[in-house]
Each structure stands twice: as C-alpha cells, then as structure tokens.
Design a protein around this ligand. Sequence first.
Ligand code: UDP
Ligand code: MG
Length: 215
Amino acid sequence: MAPTSPRLPAPPKDTPTFSPEKTSVVYVLGGPGAGKGTQCANLVRDYGFNHLSAGDLLRAEQDREGSEFGQMIKDYIKDGKIVPMEVTVQLLENAIQDINGGEGRFLIDGFPRKMDQALKFDESVCPSKFTLFFDCPEDVMTERLINRGKTSGRADDNEESIRKRFKTFVETSMPVVEHFEKQGKVVKVMATKSPDEVYEEVKKAMGQRGFQMKQ
Ligand code: UDP
Ligand code: MG
C-alpha cells in the first residue's frame, strides 16, 4: 500500500481578514437597553462610522428566506442566549466586506458578548481599537426595554426574555468587558442620563482615543 502523508490540521488563520490600518473597529457593549443603538446613530452622523448591530444582522438572517439558521437564531434570541459564534462572526465579516471592501470606521454594536467570539473576531476578522462600554443599572434598562417593547415588535422585549438577557449579560458578556479592561481597551460611559447628556460623554471618550469628528 502506498504510504499516505500525515493529515495536517487545517492551517490556522494567522492574519485577520481586515488590516487594522485600513479598518477601524470599535466594539460597543452594554446591557440590553443601555442605549447602544441610540448612541451609535450619533456616532454615525458625526464621525462617519458605519454601524453594524450583531442583533440586527441575526434578525435579518433569521428572516431571510432559505436560511438554514432561521429557527435556531429565533430560539436563541427568545431565550436571551448567545447564538453560536460561527454564525455571528461570519455575518459580521460579510457585512464589513460589503461596505467599501471593509475600509473605514465600523461600530460593532452588541458584540462580542461571549469570550469565544471576542477572541475569534480579533484574531480572524479584525483586531478592535477599543470597546465603548455603556454602564447602566438594571432598573433603568428594564424600564427602557418595557417601553421599547410597546413598539419594537421584538420577540425578546418582554419581561421573561428581558430577565434571561440580563442573566446572560452578567454571566457571559461582562467577562468580555473585563478581559478588554485588563488590556486597557475599555472606555466606560455612564448611561443613565438623557441621550444628549450621555452623548457628551461619548464624544469625550472618542477624543481620548484619537477619533475626531468628520468636517
Ligand atoms: N445575539 C447573539 N450574539 C451576539 C449578539 C446578539 O446571539 O453577538 C442575540 C442574543 O440572543 C441577544 C439578541 O441577539 O439577546 C438581541 O441582541 P441585540 O443586540 O439586538 O439586543 P440589545 O442588547 O441591543 O437590546
Ligand atoms: Mg441594540
């Protein structure tokens, strides 16, 4: 019998798809209802960021005809759990690629929410510049979410799902914030005040990290 060559493990991907010189990625984290989406809209307007919400991309994939992941995503979201990272990372990578071939500034809103995603994205898609973290107590977030639930049509803006999302946030997502904090890569903003007041803090944070407003 002819000798067979040993099967090598698939070569690890040692360079990320997008170079951090051309692609600026800022992660935006905070509990559900902390105001990530609202503040991201301000940053898009004033700083020329592109906004990618992991939750929005997952909901779009869930509704896409022929998606093999539709039902799985639906179940995870309703339960406030984190969808397996392969799906979310790939959706984000595709979305970045689709905007100007990935060149420019990107806010990745609501991601990474679990350590495996954080490591995978930084390593294989693009290393992040820093994380903008919105700090907000649960009672304030609950009130905002219940209000939003009246019009959002989201399957997870109800009391039971909200409770589950908080649990996932504390147990699974906060370790990601702590991980980046140890690397000095987190800017924390208190998110209890009005959107305009919070945005003043956000602008200071951006300035500290070398991001200037567009002219
Ligand atoms: N989600 C996920 N992985 C992610 C981001 C979101 O699985 O990386 C799921 C998760 O079930 C989460 C839901 O999508 O509870 C809604 O996320 P979204 O960011 O829209 O909620 P927000 O935090 O903005 O209220
Ligand atoms: Mg959101």
